[in-house]
Design a protein around this ligand. Structure first.
Ligand code: MOS
Length: 695
C-alpha cells in the first residue's frame, strides 16, 4: 500500500460521538434503563487482614425494599484459579481493607445503601502490613513482570564500570501510590436471561471482559454478551475485571432480577486497583566527556497478597540510552493491600521519572547541557535486543522542543533566575513508550444505501476511537467519512484487543485497512467494481505485528517545563509546558492533541499533587475522594503546547501510526522536577513535589 492511499481525510475531524455525548444520548454503563432493575451496594471490610467471624443482617433484612443479601455464606460458586481478587464472597478471608464482604440488593439504590450500612459484620482481625519500605526482608523476585517480560536483565560488568567511572551518581527516587480517577466511575449492570448473561459494563475491552466472565461462571462464550459503546475514561483502571463485576453477576443470579453495581468514587479507591508505589535506585557511570559506561536501575515495589501484579518499572531503562554495562531488577513486597493495576504508562511512567531525573543529575555532574547529554548517549540500535529501531525520533523531538521552548536562553546554573518573589527554572526530560500492534478481526459490509458498515469490538474510552476508526475506514475504502457506519463496543462484534498499551489504533486500524483492501479486491476481481444487489461482506483477521521480531518499535518524546517556585511559601506553579512527540503518523490532529495534552496534564498532576496515603494502622487509603486526593485542575495548568515531528512508520502499522494514549504522561514529572531543581537548586526525588520539600 502506498502512503497516499492511507491519508485519512478530514485530519482534524470533530468527534463523531460528540453530539451524542454532550446531549446525554450516549448511554454509559450505569445509564441503561432496564425493566425490573435492582441495585446492589457492597459492604466493604473495615480490617486489612483476618476473617469475617459473623454477620448480623436482621436489621437490614427488615427494611422494606430489600431483595437479597449476599455474603460468603450464600454466594454462588466462582471458578477463579488465576485471580483470587475475583473470588468475591467465596470465603470468610479478608485480604485488604475495603474488600467486598457482603452486599445488599434492593429495589432502589437508597434502600440498598441504607441496608448495607445496617449490616453488622464482626471480624477476627489479624496483624496486617501495608507499608512499602526499602528495609523489608521479604522482597521477592517475581517470575515475570508486565506485560510478559523477564524480571531482571544484566549485560557487561556494571559494578566494575561504576568503580572505574570518572563521573558517577547513585540516587534513590520514590513514587507514591496513585489511583486512576476516570470521570465515569466503574459500573456494571448484569442481566440473566434464558441462561445467558448480558453485561452493560464500563471497560477497556468487551471481549476480554467476556472471556473472564465465561471462565469464572463456566459459561459458553456465545451465552455472554458485554456491551460498552461509550466509556468515560479508564487509563488502565478498566482493563482488568474487578470484584464489583463479579458482585453484579452473582447478585443478579441470586435476586433473579437485573442488578446494577455503580461504584462511588470512594469505593473505587479500594476496589478497582491503583498504581504501585516504587522505590527506585539508579546508578549511572560516565567517562569525563559524558559518555555513559554503566546504567543500573533497581526497583522495589509492592503487590497484594490476593493477586500478584508486577509493574514493569525499569523497562524503558533497558532500551533508552547507550551504555556497555547495564542492569535492571524488579523486586516485590506482598502486602495486605488492594491489588495494583494498570495506570497510564504502567512501568514507563514511574520508571522514567527516576531515569530522567537521574539523567538530569548526571548531566549536571558532567557539566553538560541535559539535552546534549542525552543526544551524546543516543544508541544506534536497541541496547537490549540489538535490533534496529524502526524509527527513533528522540533527538528530533529534543532539538525541535529546545528551539520552540527557548532553551538556548536558559542559564545552565540552578537558582540563577528570579522574577519578584518567584524563582524560575526550565527543565527537560525524554519520554518513550512501546509501539505495539496486536492481531485483530474486523468486518465490512456494503449497505443498500451505498454506505459501509464497519464492525469491530474496539473501545472508545473518550480517546477518539469512534472518530479515527471511521476516518481510517473511509480512507481505506476511498470514500467520505459520512459513508462509514462504525459499530464498536460489543462482544458480539469481531474480536479485537482491548484499548490499552497504546495499541488500539494500530491494532484495530490495521484490521480495518485489511478488511477494506479485501473488499476492494473482491469488488474488482469478482464484480467488475460494481457492488452486487445482494451486497458484500468481508472479514479480516490480522496477526500480531511480525515486524516486532526484526525491529525495535517505540514512540518517543521530549517534555519541556517552566517551573516557578515562590521564595516565601515554596509554592510551585507551572505556567508553561511543551511536549514534542515522534509517534508515527497522526490520524486526527484534534483528538491526537487531546490525548497527548491529557497525558501531560496527568503527568503534571503526578508531579505536584497526586499521592494516595495509606494509614498503616488501619490499612486503608485515607484520601479517597476528590476532596483529599488532589488532581490537577484548570487553575494548576498554564499553557500546554503539544507538537509532533513528521513521522510515518509503516513497520508499526499500515496507517503509519504508532500509539499516543500513554506517552504524554511519560517523563512529564521528571521534567517538572528538573525544572524545579533548575529554579531552586533543590532536588526533589520523592514525588509529589509539595511545598514542604522546597522550604
Ligand atoms: Mo493502559 S494503562 O495500557 O490500559
Amino acid at each position: 500500500m502506498t502512503k497516499s492511499e492511507t491519508r485519512a481525510p478530514g485530519a482534524a475531524l470533530e468527534r463523531i460521538d460528540g453530539p451524542l455525548k454532550v446531549s446525554g444520548r450516549a448511554a454509559y454503563a450505569a445509564e441503561y434503563q432496564l425493566k425490573g432493575l435492582t441495585y446492589a451496594y457492597p459492604v466493604q471490610a473495615t480490617i486489612a487482614r483476618g476473617r469475617v467471624a459473623s454477620i448480623d443482617d436482621s436489621a437490614a433484612r427488615a427494611l422494606p425494599g430489600v431483595v437479597s443479601i449476599l455474603s460468603h455464606e450464600n454466594a454462588p460458586h466462582l471458578d477463579t484459579p488465576d485471580n483470587a481478587n475475583l473470588a468475591v464472597l467465596q470465603s470468610d478471608r479478608v485480604a485488604y481493607h475495603g474488600q467486598i464482604v457482603a452486599a445488599v440488593v434492593a429495589e432502589t439504590l437508597e434502600v440498598a445503601r441504607q441496608a448495607a450500612g445496617q449490616l453488622v459484620v464482626n471480624y477476627a482481625e489479624e496483624p496486617h502490613d501495608v507499608e512499602l519500605r526499602i528495609d523489608r526482608q521479604d522482597f521477592y523476585k517475581p517470575d515475570r513482570i508486565n506485560p510478559n517480560n523477564i524480571t531482571d536483565t544484566a549485560s557487561g560488568d556494571v559494578e566494575g564500570a561504576l568503580v572505574q567511572a570518572a563521573v558517577k551518581v547513585d540516587l534513590t527516587y520514590t513514587t507514591p501510590t496513585y489511583h486512576n480517577n476516570p470521570l465515569e466511575p466503574h459500573a456494571t449492570i448484569a442481566v440473566w436471561q434464558d441462561n445467558g448473561l448480558t453485561l452493560y459494563d464500563a471497560n477497556q475491552g468487551s471481549h476480554r471482559r467476556r472471556d473472564d466472565v465465561t471462565q469464572i461462571f463456566d459459561l459458553p462464550p456465545e451465552l455472554v454478551r458485554v456491551i460498552s459503546p461509550y466509556v468515560g475514561g479508564a487509563f488502565g483502571g478498566k482493563a482488568f475485571t474487578h470484584p464489583h463485576v463479579m458482585l453484579a453477576i452473582m447478585a443478579a443470579k441470586v435476586a433473579r432480577r437485573p442488578v446494577k453495581v455503580s461504584l462511588t468514587r470512594q469505593q473505587m479507591f479500594a476496589l478497582v486497583g491503583n498504581r504501585t508505589p516504587t522505590i527506585q535506585r539508579i546508578q549511572l557511570g560516565a567517562e569525563q566527556n559524558g559518555r555513559l559506561t554503566a546504567i543500573a536501575h533497581d526497583v522495589h515495589e509492592q503487590t497484594a497478597t490476593v493477586r500478584e501484579f508486577a509493574e514493569q518499572t525499569a523497562l524503558a531503562t533497558r532500551m533508552m540510552y547507550a551504555a556497555p554495562n547495564r542492569r535492571t531488577t524488579h523486586r516485590l513486597a506482598r502486602l495486605d493491600v488492594p491489588a495494583p493495576t494498570f495506570m497510564r504508562a504502567p512501568g514507563e511512567c514511574p520508571g522514567m521519572f527516576a531515569l530522567e531525573s537521574a539523567m538530569d543529575e548526571m548531566a549536571s555532574a558532567c557539566g553538560l547541557d541535559p539535552i546534549e547529554f542525552r543526544i551524546l548517549n543516543e544508541p544506534t540500535s536497541d541496547p537490549e535486543s540489538g535490533l534496529p529501531f524502526s524509527t527513533r525520533g528522540l533527538v528530533a523531538c529534543l532539538r525541535e522542543g529546545a528551539q520552540r521552548f527557548g532553551w538556548q536562553q536558559r542559564d545552565p546554573r540552578p537558582h540563577s533566575r528570579s522574577e519578584g518573589r518567584w524563582l524560575v527554572g526550565l527543565g527537560v526530560a525524554a519520554s518513550t513508550y512501546p509501539a505495539r500492534r496486536r492481531g485483530s478481526k474486523a468486518l465490512i459490509r456494503t449497505r443498500p444505501d451505498g454506505n459501509y458498515s464497519v464492525q469491530i469490538d474496539a473501545t472508545d474510552l473518550g480517546t477518539g476511537a469512534w472518530t479515527i476508526l471511521t476516518q481510517i475506514a473511509a480512507d481505506a475504502l476511498g470514500v467520505g467519512v459520512e459513508r462509514v457506519k462504525l459499530e464498536i463496543g460489543d462482544s458480539q462484534l469481531p474480536e479485537a484487543p482491548m484499548a490499552g498499551g497504546s495499541m488500539g489504533t494500530t491494532s484495530w486500524g490495521a484490521a480495518i485497512v485489511e478488511a477494506a483492501q479485501n473488499l476492494q479486491r473482491m469488488l474488482r476481481e469478482e464484480h467488475n467494481g460494481i457492488v452486487p444487489p445482494e451486497g458484500l461482506e468481508v472479514r479480516a483477521e490480522t496477526s500480531d505485528n511480525p515486524n516486532a521480531q526484526r525491529f525495535s518499535l517505540h514512540s518517543y518524546g521530549a517534555q519541556f517545563v517552566e517551573a516557578r517556585v515562590n521564595i516565601d511559601t515554596g509554592e510551585v506553579r507551572i505556567p508553561r509546558m511543551l511536549g514534542v512527540f515522534a509517534v508515527g503518523r497522526i490520524i486526527n490532529a484534534k483528538t491526537a492533541r487531546s490525548q497527548l495534552l491529557g497525558g501531560m496534564t496527568m503527568g503534571l498532576s503526578m508531579a505536584l499533587h497526586e499521592h494516595s496515603v495509606i494509614d498503616p494502622r488501619f490499612g486503608d487509603y485515607v484520601n479517597h475522594d476528590f476532596a483529599s486526593y488532589h488532581i490537577a485542575t484548570n487553575a494548576d495548568v498554564g499553557s500546554v503546547e503539544v507538537a509532533w515531528i513528521d513521522e510515518d512508520d509503516q513497520l508499526v502499522s499500515p496507517m503509519g501510526a504508532k500509539g499516543i494514549g500513554e506517552i504524554g504522561i511519560v517523563g512529564t514529572a521528571a521534567a517538572v522536577a528538573n525544572a524545579v531543581y533548575h529554579a531552586t537548586g533543590i532536588r526533589v526525588r520523592d514525588l509529589p513535589i509539595t511545598l514542604d520539600k522546597l522550604l
